[in-house]
Every structure is written in structure tokens, then in C-alpha cells.
Design a protein. Structure first.
Length: 86
């Protein structure tokens, strides 16, 4: 896909209407979240805050777009590293 590895500032006008927030990807401890783009295999990390029952999302201009496969591989590597430290 032409968006993989690009910065948010480069693709935001093409992808803005496709952003979806899955509440299971909200980290309430860090206020970070992972957003999906409807109909694609793409993700982006962001931060959020809740004000008056509204979730406000902020994406950094230089945040990179990546795929669900890259996210999954990164998660597996992190979990494996945690196991090895135990």
C-alpha cells in the first residue's frame, strides 16, 4: 500500500475519513491508543484524552503508518522479551 511507512502529515487528508477507534486499543494507563483505518490493513498510534464523555484523539504529524502484521510481530517480540526477563 502506498501509505505504509509514510508520516501522518503526508497522508492525513487521504485517510482522515477512514479513522476508526476500537475501544479495546485504548491504554488507560498511558492515554495512548492505536487507530485503524476502515477497509484497510493500516494502523497508527496516537494519544487521547476524555473530556465531557468525548474522546479527543491527537496524532503526531511525524507518526508513521504501519500494518496490522507489523503491529502483531512487534507485540509478539515485546511479549517474548518480557518472558525472557522473568
Amino acid at each position: 500500500m502506498e501509505f505504509i511507512g509514510k508520516k501522518w502529515s503526508e497522508v492525513k487528508y487521504d485517510l482522515m475519513d477512514l479513522v476508526e477507534l476500537n475501544e479495546s486499543k485504548l491504554n488507560k494507563n498511558t492515554n495512548k491508543c492505536t487507530l485503524e483505518f476502515r477497509g484497510t490493513n493500516l494502523l497508527i498510534d496516537a494519544t487521547y484524552k476524555i473530556e465531557k464523555n468525548t474522546i479527543i484523539i491527537k496524532m503526531l504529524e511525524d507518526e508513521k503508518i504501519y500494518t496490522k502484521e507489523e503491529w502483531w510481530l512487534d507485540t509478539v517480540v515485546q511479549e517474548k522479551g518480557q518472558e525472557e526477563k522473568s
